[in-house]
Design a protein around this ligand. Structure first.
Ligand code: GDP
Ligand code: MG
Length: 160
């Protein structure tokens, strides 16, 4: 019915954000958190973890055969990362828009107000991650939060 599609349109969406090792070690976490909250997201859950090579391979499975993968693994295991579930209407696309293009060098020219322009360096060291689709978000959230949010969990309000 038109009523249920109107409800679906207003339904909150979740996405996975990561402050990568360069973002954490560069002390950008509090600025990034401020941007997140001022942009209307709620941060449902967050924790810090130091990924190992196996964790990176499983998280970035789609990139595991690419030539840059060894370098990406070295980068992503170089220090702790901050994992966050962000929630708002249109969270996936809005977070991707906020972080800007993958190449932080390009971001500084074309998207100077983006997070990657603020704290990233180049095509690899781009300081933050964002899920690229609703499907990726579901997979990535369950990768990091399976125990906290089992399948079917509906979050009505901020957990923190
Ligand atoms: P994202 O979705 O914008 O993060 O970009 P991708 O999913 O394409 O790539 C995942 C991550 O791998 C990026 O955020 C970068 O850290 C890194 N990366 C992507 N492409 C390259 C590349 O061509 N070379 C290198 N060294 N790293 C890359
Ligand atoms: Mg991606």
């Amino acid at each position: 019915s038109s009523r249920s599609s109107a409800n679906a349109y207003l339904e909150k969406e979740r996405t996975l954000a990561i402050v990568k090792p360069d973002g954490v070690s560069g002390n950008y976490t509090s600025s990034i958190r401020k941007i997140i909250l001022e942009s209307g997201f709620s941060i449902q859950r967050e924790f810090t973890v130091h990924l190992d090579e196996d964790g990176v391979r499983r998280f970035y499975a789609e990139h595991s055969t690419k030539s840059f993968f060894p370098s990406l693994t070295k980068y992503m295991t170089s220090g702790p990362v901050l994992i966050m579930i962000l929630q708002k209407v249109n969270a996936v696309a809005d977070w991707r828009a906020l972080i800007g293009p993958t190449d932080a060098r390009k971001a500084k020219m074309t998207h100077p107000n983006s997070i990657r322009a603020m704290c990233g360096e180049d095509l690899e060291r781009n300081c933050v991650h964002g899920s690229d689709s609703v499907e990726s978000a579901a997979r990535e959230i369950s990768f990091f939060f399976k125990e906290a949010f089992p399948e079917g969990t509906t979050l009505e309000h901020d957990e923190l």
